[in-house]
Write a protein that binds this ligand. Structure first.
Ligand code: ADP
Ligand code: MG
Length: 678
């Protein structure tokens, strides 16, 4: 049975109700309710030497106390303390009940800030200092590193701290330790009880670091164990063992106007070997925009089709599905492979026709959106599913894909460079391949950061490039001018450029409020070089591919996230022309400055992702709450990269052991015991 928190010393039914608002219901909850911060109150100063300006901790004996009623509703309690070097007053407002608590000649520790005003009049006073009576035992609230907890109404720091202190004293030793002994010994971890004590009431930096490390490892290890157990579940399924190296594949490779880069060859080998295995492939293919993922997907699709299966390719939006359909069609048509497109907007008749051809196996490659997984569509025989994902699929969804056929191979492609620590956590049950080099001949985009007053020079440079025959993008955060938001709008810039900086050039305007046919018209004109400069909002972030455009100006660049800036910049530098990205911005925060600096320093999507993760934190990284990250209490996938690798390694070794199931169950049992006994 679990011990209800109300039975802990200092709690009781009413306070238990308050604690439940913090998600604390039993002792385990309480012991795992960790501080959000610490206050170092170790350094006890002689009263004589304290000064205003920062928090100080002193020790003193009560000399006298006095309460004044200044006026109705305001009483001031002044208690004078002495440590034989000087005197200091503790001052409390409207807290008469404290008067009784202070005993004459008794020693106390006080922490707080010295009042500047009274300091000027040669008097030392602290308003509302934290205080604690010095007895024979440890101090809890002063004279040490003190934990600061997230609170809720009805409970204060001191009370909660005392409750947790009591709970640790009485129960920390009794919690079953989960980590296997061999791991504890290998990493020289301190005991679980010491770790819990050390995280709540560290007796110093070293103790805190050890405690944190041990508890973070436990979280990461248990999570990786779960992930790898899932993965093991998949490897026990019977999938398709493709034969690879078909004649069609070689023909296709020879027909390409280029040869695969080393990076592409490496990932293709990894994918091919997976496909040959009977275990269903579960692989993530990462690579920056333009790294050459589609070609790799095409290779895998050709192989599954020549093995007599159907290949399915899913894109996140209709526009991208259509674009992929074009791309893949161009690539595969020469081989005589029949392809079909399934998106939401098909007419019932077209749809019926296509569905019939899918089920009878006429169409070998099916490309589409989520619509591919509607009930009405059944496939003849899926051998490989490629998912080009912009948004993340949960593990459960992936399992559902597996069940759509006879455990087909699965290849997930992503252009969002995900730092390894995040990938291990989000995609821990997938194998990962990375195309880490762009095809040769690409010139890195030269990126600079300028202030607004350099517009004349910036647009002079743009004119020069236009005169050389190139085209340019100008990206703005807003569509129309706004009274509330102090930022440049596309319309305003469009007017400015037309009337002034770029007079005489043809300038187009593109934003999300245009009708679809208007958008298409503008884009077509830009593609056909009838428009020199495209002023746009972030609508151009994905999918736009105009090789002749070699300059991008981003207005109010500080308003965009790092990942977004990188995506935007990816619209230039797509051909052989040297390309330029000019960021106009006046960031006011440290993070804002950091973002623009990173952009000027690197074109490497992975480095940018790492920086972005550091700046924004993992929760924000995907811009959505549905990121599927586990809610670690102690571990941080930013700070604990090394620990995460070790946890992954240990979890992997355990899962690979002969008797792993026995070990896993034992561990599970200990977890259950821990949760139950307390
Ligand atoms: P991704 O899908 O990763 O964004 P693509 O597969 O569309 O990238 O490739 C981008 C462009 O690079 C395409 O025009 C493609 O033909 C070309 N490409 C791909 N691989 C190579 C290579 N090894 N050498 C030269 N060009 C390549
Ligand atoms: Mg296989």
């Amino acid at each position: 049975m679990q011990i209800d928190v109300q039975f802990i010393k200092g709690v009781g039914p009413r306070r238990a109700e308050t604690l439940s608002h913090l998600g604390i219901n039993n002792i385990k909850d309480l012991l795992y309710y960790f501080p959000r911060d610490y206050d170092d109150r170790r350094n006890i100063k002689k009263i004589r030497y304290i000064k205003p300006g920062s928090k100080v901790t002193v020790k003193g004996k009560v000399i006298s106390k006095k309460e004044n009623r200044v006026k109705r509703g305001l009483s001031i309690l002044r208690v004078t303390f002495s440590d034989d070097t000087d005197l200091v007053n503790g001052v409390w407002f409207n807290q008469s009940y404290l008067k009784k608590q202070f005993k004459k000649d008794q020693w106390y520790i006080l922490s707080g800030e010295l009042n500047t005003q009274s300091w000027r009049f040669n008097k030392k006073e602290m308003n509302n200092p934290v205080f604690e009576e010095i007895n024979s035992g440890d101090t809890i609230h002063t004279g040490r590193v003190v934990p600061i907890y997230p609170l809720t109404e009805g409970i204060n720091q001191k009370r909660l701290r005392q409750i947790i202190y009591n709970a640790l004293k009485d129960y920390a030793d009794g919690i079953p330790d989960i980590l296997p002994t061999y791991i504890k010994e290998k990493y020289e971890f301190i005991s679980l009880a010491d770790s819990l004590n050390g995280l709540h009431f560290p007796d110093g930096r070293k103790n805190y670091v050890q405690a944190r490390k041990r508890l973070a490892f436990e979280e990461l290890f248990l999570f990786q164990l779960l992930v790898l157990k899932n993965k093991k579940g998949i490897t026990e399924r019977k999938g398709i063992n493709h034969k690879t190296g078909s004649r069609e594949l070689n023909e296709f490779l020879q027909s390409l106007p280029f040869s695969l880069t080393g990076s592409q060859q490496k990932v293709w080998k990894e994918i091919r070997e997976d496909m040959e295995r009977e275990i269903p492939m579960q692989r993530l293919l990462q690579g920056d925009v333009g790294a050459g993922k589609t070609v790799i997907a095409a290779l895998a699709l050709i192989e599954t089709i020549t093995n007599g299966f159907q290949g399915v390719f899913m894109a996140p939006t209709e526009i991208l599905a259509e674009q992929h359909y074009q791309k893949l069609n161009n690539l595969l048509q020469p081989l005589g492979l029949k392809t079909g497109l399934v998106v939401g907007g098909l007419k019932p008749k077209e749809r019926k026709e296509i569905e019939a051809k899918i089920v009878n196996g006429d169409i070998k490659l099916i490309i589409g959106t989520h619509a591919l997984f509607q009930e009405s569509i059944s496939y003849q025989k899926i051998g490989l599913m490629v998912i080009d994902e912009q948004h993340r699929f949960g593990v459960e969804q992936r399992y559902r894909f597996l069940n759509k056929g006879e455990n087909p191979d699965l290849l997930i492609m992503t252009a969002t460079p995900i730092p390894r620590s995040l990938a291990l956590t989000l995609y821990g049950d997938l194998d990962i391949s990375v195309i880490d080099k762009l095809p040769p001949g690409r010139k890195p985009v030269v990126t600079t950061w300028r202030k607004e007053d350099s517009r004349p020079q910036i647009y002079k440079f743009v004119r020069k490039k236009l005169d050389e025959g190139r085209q340019a993008y100008v990206v703005c955060p807003l569509i129309e001018p706004s009274d509330e938001i102090d930022a440049v709008s596309a319309r305003k810039i469009w007017e400015q450029l037309s009337d002034n900086f770029l007079q005489g050039y043809k300038i187009g305007l593109l934003h999300s409020q245009l009708k679809p046919e208007e958008k298409k018209k503008v884009m077509d004109e830009f593609r056909q070089c009838k428009i020199d400069v495209l002023v746009a909002t972030t609508v151009i972030e994905v999918g736009v591919d105009v090789v002749n455009a070699s300059v991008m100006v981003i207005e109010n660049a500080e308003r965009f996230g790092l990942a977004q800036l990188h995506q935007l910049r990816g619209r230039v530098g797509r051909g052989n022309y040297q390309s330029y990205c000019i960021l106009i911005g006046n960031p006011t925060t440290d993070d804002g400055i950091k973002r623009l600096k990173v952009m000027t320093e690197t074109n490497d999507g992975f480095r940018i992702a790492e920086e972005d993760l550091k700046i924004r934190g993992p929760g924000e990284f995907f811009g959505t709450k549905q990121h599927g990250l586990p809610g670690f209490k102690v571990a941080s996938i930013i700070k604990d990269k090394k620990l995460l690798e070790k946890a992954r390694q240990e979890a992997g070794q355990l899962i690979d052991m002969q008797n792993w199931e026995k070990k896993y169950n034992l561990l599970q049992q200990r977890i259950n015991n821990r949760d139950l006994k307390l």
